[in-house]
Design a protein. Structure first.
Length: 269
């Protein structure tokens, strides 16, 4: 960080859109962001599980003891579908108010895909398309829709976060869908950062987190050595908590000193 620029203490009066907020890392990001935004900020939380989103909304309302007037909207949406993406964009436009000074979009939702098979078994194009629709196309179209809905204007900072993985950079056997999706998705945000220099674009790799996705990884992975690696990390207590990884992400966002378009790994923060 530059020596003469102190880190911000808050994320401003924000409109923050978080996908995959119903559980895991997205849920934790929602809680942490709610503590770091200024009064009268707005959170738009998206996922398919409406009940889990509403439970989170109630938790956030209960913890807003200081009465900051945080407004939380839940959008029950399947981001594998065009209508789901459109509903998040629509809800964000409706939820926003004019005095917002920071737009934050966190593209967090993602899925591991079928890791029980190897690449040569993926002969069905619609299965692959369906995976890529949710994990790649939806992140691109949601980001584009949000940027169009909230164009550049004086006094508005715009931050786009992509939750990425080591798998965007390295091949893992039997994880062809996940590695392909993460690599493609990360390139979207690298291109975006080149095209729109006023944006702050970050691909954050949160590390191995103790979530439902990790349980899938250690129980369903076809490659025996990779499956054992993840089982051992779990049994030896090497998985990170969502809270620990999210604290690093918040530090990066507050310091705001990363090169736009960068891939930052939790272990490098
Ligand atoms: N866990 C790890 O070790 C790890 C490591 C590196 C990167 N990551 C990345 O971190 C992010 C969060 O992962 P996580 O571990 O928290 O996963 P998770 O526990 O499986 O949560 C995934 C989230 O995505 C949502 N989601 C899934 N399908 C959806 C769909 N079709 N439409 C809308 N939302 C959908 C889920 O909500 P609903 O089911 O309610 O829709 C849930 O909120 C992902 O991008 C993942 O790739 C995770």
């Amino acid at each position: 960080m530059q020596a003469d620029v102190p880190p911000r203490e808050d994320l401003g009066r924000a409109l923050c859109i978080i996908t995959g907020a119903s559980r895991g890392f997205g849920r934790t990001i929602s809680k942490e962001v709610s503590r770091l935004v200024k009064p009268r900020s707005v959170l738009v939380l998206a996922a398919r599980s409406g009940d889990d989103l509403r439970a989170l909304q109630a938790d956030l309302a209960a913890s807003d003891a200081g009465g900051t007037g945080l407004v939380v909207h839940c959008v029950e949406a399947d981001l594998g579908l065009k209508e789901g993406v459109e509903s998040v964009i629509r809800a964000s436009k409706e939820a926003s108010s004019e005095d917002i000074d920071h737009l934050i979009l966190v593209n967090n939702a993602g899925s591991l895909g079928d890791v029980s098979r190897y690449t040569k078994s993926f002969i069905n194009m619609s299965e692959v398309d369906s995976y890529l629709s949710f994990n790649v196309s939806s992140a691109m179209c949601l980001t584009a829709g949000v940027l169009q809905a909230f164009p550049q204007r004086a006094g508005l900072k715009r931050t786009i976060v992509n939750i990425t993985s080591l798998c965007a950079l390295q091949p893992f056997p039997s994880w062809v869908l996940y590695c392909t999706g993460k690599a493609a998705r990360e390139m979207i945000f690298r291109v975006l950062a080149e095209e729109e220099p006023d944006l702050r674009v970050l691909s954050y790799s949160p590390g191995p987190l103790d979530t439902a996705m990790q349980m899938e990884a250690r129980t369903k992975t076809a490659d025996p050595s990779l499956r054992e690696t993840y089982s051992a990390m779990f049994s030896q207590g090497q998985l990170l908590t969502c809270e620990a990884s999210c604290a690093k992400l918040m530090k990066v966002l507050l310091e705001d000193d990363y090169p736009s378009g960068a891939h930052l790994d939790v272990y490098d923060v």
